[in-house]
Design a protein around this ligand. Structure first.
Ligand code: 2HG
Ligand code: ZN
Length: 468
């Protein structure tokens, strides 16, 4: 690194940075205008924001390497950003950060490799969206194993960085399980990884595992070799009203034991159903009378899975009411009551989000704790999530004292054997509570790995690090 005189004005440094980046990617891909930078500087919920000196958009791995090398040389921090759908403040500049930062956007890394049908794999650029992954796979008769509501904007790189989950985890696992290989750039510009996608290989540390969930703090992923799964064209979807969370969990057990085509088992609590119904101006397809929870079940198979699901629902005493639909507009209508909850929440205010998971048998207890805490500290709870993984998104609108709510809820989650982040990541939002789920020895290990890969602290500072 070239030492800089301590007195050098920041403006001089920024000019040097912009000049250097322009040499690498061209002026049209170094965004310095405040209005243009603005959308990269705030997260989707509007809770997290900061400012950057520039947004740089490398168009290849070689350009990414040169960009990061330049940032490291100039002592500028780099905040990687994909579709900017993150919910924990990990993809936007930190507010009040001392050193100037650049946002490194992966959105130009959109290469779609040929689908390898025999291997059921494909190589994609980090900036490819989940929807494009799905469409590309389907054009070859296969499918993408990961899906969630932000599919049109969320990128492969971001999904790897946060080890994203979504609705199909019950069948295929999280993003980490889909990464057969990857290519990534370290802060010093070294390119690491492999895209050959070998299902069997034991030669030491598995880089895809190390980097999945590392939130852009160790390296920036530029491309990935991803698993594909069969495209099950026949679907049946049901929204089921049950009396309470314990009944929802009993139903989950029945489904797991008997329905081989199970693709998603999602959870919508009454407060969330009410909010999304008002937002989309439509009545939910099931009767809410006496219902304490709604379970959304998706089954998908090569042959019609209807009998398999309806047989279970017909026998289950927990089912108070159910709306069942196969493909087409009726299914789309049903799915909006799950897919559009986040949007409905955002339309109602700036939410405080706690993405937590507990063993499924303790979900009822978790909701009681959350309600009691919010009664004490103020706010409106909008809970929903992924029943199969015990993963609830506790969204709080107008929180009176968000820190007190987080202290109580996350403390209780940890005591139940749960986690403070199930699929959104830690970002900067959860750093004060990392100690609840990681021991001092584990935190020291994480910090040693960070230091080994990014000794200059260039990549995504503040993210995934215990708050001091
Ligand atoms: C979902 O499950 C996403 O739809 C977003 O993880 C959750 O808005 C949220 O809290
Ligand atoms: Zn989710």
């Amino acid at each position: 690194m070239t030492p800089r005189p301590a007195t050098e004005p920041v403006t001089g440094l920024v000019a040097e940075l912009v000049g250097g980046l322009t040499d690498i990617v061209g002026a049209e891909h170094v965004l310095v205008d405040a209005d243009v930078r603005a959308t990269y500087e705030v997260d989707w919920t509007r809770r997290y924001r900061g400012s950057c000196a520039a947004v740089v958009r490398p168009g290849s791995t070689a350009e990414m390497a040169a960009v990061l090398r330049r940032c490291t040389e100039l002592d500028i921090t780099a905040v990687p950003q994909g579709g900017n759908t993150g919910l924990v403040g990990g993809g936007v500049p930190r507010s009040g950060a001392g050193a100037p930062a650049v946002v490194v956007s992966t959105l130009r890394l959109t290469s779609l490799g040929p689908v390898d049908v025999g291997a059921a794999q494909v190589t994609l650029g980090a900036g490819v969206t989940l929807a494009a992954w799905r469409d590309h796979a389907r054009a070859a008769g296969l499918d993408a194993p990961i899906d969630f509501a932000a599919r049109d904007s969320a990128t492969i790189g971001g999904a790897i960085a946060t080890n994203a989950g979504g609705s199909r985890v019950v069948r295929f696992g999280t993003m980490r399980q889909q990464v057969m290989g990857l290519e990534a750039v370290l802060a010093d510009g070294s390119v690491i990884g492999s895209l050959s996608g070998l299902p069997k290989e034991t030669v030491g540390i598995h880089l895809p595992s190390l980097l999945s969930g590392s939130e852009g703090t160790l390296a920036i992923v530029t491309a990935a070799r991803l698993r594909l799964v069969p495209w099950y064209r026949r679907t049946i979807t049901a929204m089921i009203a049950v009396a309470d969370l314990d009944d929802a969990v009993t139903l989950l057990g029945r489904l797991r034991g008997t329905v081989g085509s199970l693709d998603a088992v999602e959870l919508v609590l009454p407060e969330a159903l009410e909010l999304v119904a008002a937002h989309v101006g439509s009545t939910p397809p099931v009767s809410a009378t006496g219902a304490g929870a709604f379970v959304l079940v998706d089954c998908a198979a090569h042959d019609d899975p209807s009998d398999e699901l309806t047989a279970v629902l017909g026998d289950a005493a927990e089912v108070l009411d159910a709306a069942v639909t196969t493909e087409g507009p009726a299914r789309e209508h049903l799915l909006i009551f799950r897919d559009r909850i986040t949007e409905a929440i955002n339309a109602a205010g700036v939410p405080f989000k706690l993405d937590v998971a507990v063993p499924v048998g303790r979900l009822a207890e978790l909701l009681e704790v959350a309600h009691r805490s919010i009664d004490r500290h103020g706010g409106r709870l909008v809970p929903f999530g992924h029943l199969a993984e015990g993963n609830v998104h506790l969204n709080v609108l107008d929180p009176g004292d968000p820190t007190a709510i987080a202290d109580e809820v996350l403390g209780a989650v940890a005591a139940m054997g749960g986690t403070i982040s199930a699929e959104h990541g830690v970002g900067i939002a959860k750093t004060p509570w990392l100690h609840l789920v990681r021991t001092p020895a584990e935190l020291a290990t994480m910090s040693a790995v960070k230091h080994a890969l990014d000794p200059t602290g260039t990549l995504n500072p503040g993210v995934l690090q215990p708050a001091t």
